[in-house]
Design a protein around this ligand. Structure first.
Ligand SMILES: NC(=O)c1ccc[n+]([C@@H]2O[C@H](COP(=O)([O-])OP(=O)(O)OC[C@H]3O[C@@H](n4cnc5c(N)ncnc54)[C@H](O)[C@@H]3O)[C@@H](O)[C@H]2O)c1
Length: 314
């Protein structure tokens, strides 16, 4: 049986790490792709696709920009966030005013414009709060301890509501810790990119706490495969953990990095932060069962690919 990969996709936040990797795969599969990102956003991540995509520059938090950009879209990927977990508690009002309100406008417009499906990236690292057990299953009810997680969880609930009330089709992916090509090492989110980059450039790596914090790292090509597959697959379940299902602590990550780079990076330890959960590992059995795909790229292989990418950037 052949799958019909056709239709117009709009990727909100398509110039970023996940969006640009996704854009490449959607093009490969034959979709028409429109990238929506900020005014004058850097085209570096998507430069190889520029002759094959439509670009819209605008503000996701502006209702008119949203409405106009959506015209004619069959599929929508919502990959925009104004906040990150570590800093979102500094201004929860801003978090809600930007991320929550704009998503409600998006949902309204998707219903009006009869969009076929909307894909939203939620956060497996924050919506569960301090999980009762790990690996965490989708059914575990969480109490997020940062505004970012509360807003992501609330947005998930609105997706559920719009589906029930208006039949809007959607999937939510609670992503763990993605890493790989095109992730900026200059942002605070993404330990792999930051640590690898610093190691390569000979800059000391700062670890908050004693390095025992455990995370679940997934390589970016494994992430975008599932995101793209979700356009042609519908299940009773709408919400999926998207992760490797394996935990690695920060000290182990440094060891793996040493193995790939063949030298020991300079690591300094500082006091832990109260937003960091001790352990976060997501149970990925549902996504594996439904999508019939397993994460293919091992941490060693993923680190090698990422190191090659980071060596070429300033
Ligand atoms: N990277 C992670 O570790 C991770 C983990 C879990 C969930 N997520 C979620 O995945 C999504 C994508 O993350 P990413 O890592 O690719 O982020 P990113 O910062 O690399 O990309 C986001 C893109 O959105 C654009 N953007 C931001 N505000 C905008 C606005 N007002 N109007 C138009 N464009 C705007 C940015 O310019 C950027 O290109 C986000 O919703 C994030 O919360 C990321």
């Amino acid at each position: 049986m052949t799958t019909n990969y056709s239709g117009k996709c709009i990727v909100y936040g398509g110039g970023g790490f996940i969006g640009s990797n996704l854009t490449g795969l959607l093009l490969e599969r034959g979709y028409e792709v429109c990238v929506f990102d900020k005014l004058n956003f850097s085209k570096k991540n998507i430069e190889e696709y520029l002759d094959r995509i439509k670009i819209i520059e605008g503000d996701f938090y502006n209702e008119a920009d949203l409405k106009n950009s959506l015209a004619g879209a069959d599929f929508v990927f919502h990959l925009v966030s104004s906040t990150i977990p570590a800093t979102s508690n500094r201004n929860p009002v801003y978090d809600a005013e930007t991320n929550l309100i704009s998503t409600l406008h998006l949902l309204e417009e998707c219903v009006l414009q009869k969009v076929k499906k909307v894909i939203f990236i939620s956060s497996g690292g924050t919506v569960y709060g301090n999980p009762e057990t790990v690996p965490v299953k989708e059914s575990q009810y969480g109490h997020p301890i940062c505004s970012y997680g509360i807003i992501k969880k609330t947005i998930e609930d609105y997706f559920f509501m719009y589906n029930k009330l208006y039949g809007l089709n959607y999937n939510v992916f609670r992503l763990s810790n993605p890493y790989g090509l095109k992730q900026s090492p200059h942002f605070a989110q993404g330990a792999v990119a930051v640590f690898l980059y610093k190691a390569i450039k000979g800059i000391p790596i700062e670890i908050w706490g004693d390095g025992s914090v455990v995370r679940d790292y997934i390589y970016i090509s494994d992430v975008v495969e599932i995101l793209a597959d979700s356009l042609t697959k519908d299940f009773n379940e709408k919400v999926f953990n998207l992760s490797s299902g394996k935990g690695l602590n920060l000290n182990e990550l440094i060891e793996k990095i040493s193995g790939v780079l063949k030298f020991k990076p300079d690591v300094r330890y500082s006091p832990s932060r109260n937003v960091d959960l001790k352990v976060n590992i997501l149970d990925n059995s549902l996504v594996r069962e439904r999508f019939k795909k397993v994460p293919l790229v091992s941490i060693e292989e993923g680190l090698k690919l990422t190191a090659e990418f980071l060596k070429k950037i300033d």
